[in-house]
Write a protein that binds this ligand. Sequence first.
Ligand SMILES: Cc1cc2nc3c(=O)[nH]c(=O)nc-3n(C[C@H](O)[C@H](O)[C@H](O)COP(=O)(O)O)c2cc1C
Length: 256
Amino acid sequence: MRKRVFFLFTMVVMALMVGCGNHDKTPASVVDNSKETNTKHMKTIMIIDGDPRKNFNTASMLQKFAEGASSVSDQIEVKTVRLYDLDYKGCMSCMACKVKGKASNVCKYKDALTPILEEIAQADGLVLGSPIYFCDVTGQMRTFLERLAFPWLSYNDYSLTASKRMPVVLVETMNGTPERNNSNGYGSMEHCIAGALGEPERLIAYNTYQVKDYSRYELAGFSEEAKRQYRDEHWEEDLQRAFEAGRKMAYGIITK
Ligand SMILES: Cc1cc2nc3c(=O)[nH]c(=O)nc-3n(C[C@H](O)[C@H](O)[C@H](O)COP(=O)(O)O)c2cc1C
């Protein structure tokens, strides 16, 4: 009898110990909590790439920016969105963002851009990148900007208000040189960005290589030699400036 009581007692103690052990090890709740805390501290920089080419000048500048930003802290999350991979439209003039009582400073039109615009509204920093096409940013970038900026604009008092203000860098790459270029940059959109998010910083790579081998194309208007010389003198510096701009933005965000 005493033996059976002792056996039962031992079993109960062991069951309790195992139970305690389980509680101690409930990694699920502990890990989840720490994850939640980490996520709360994560700061997001959104990079919007408006270039059709995946591995050329603009993409390289944006990649360097991302590397610079990520090098500051593992609490900086950098997300790059390639506009040419998305199926979306420009502002549809649906006026949904201006309906009385339901006005919104984030576009309400639903397509592939919707989640990106929602993420930008909550982001901590924004970078836009585009080559210059016929003096302006690419059509895809312009189309994106219509959707980004129209909801910021109040037709009551013409103020510009985003969900939150954040640092912005505008990246351009082009054939033009500092002395001779036809770029309007982000044009009228720069005014909207400055009003709603804050004065943007501009990062420009001039006189870029448009193709890898000039001898294969009808590009006699360019001297490949002059292009190469300019590139040798400036391209690494341009990439370094992009890296530093990334570091600066991330550092500003972290220490804010
Ligand atoms: C359709 C088209 C139009 C362009 N128009 C201009 C222009 O007006 N001014 C300029 O300086 N470069 C112009 N360029 C050159 C590009 O801006 C330049 O090669 C740029 O660095 C390309 O970016 P990527 O290498 O990232 O694609 C044009 C290129 C294309 C394809």
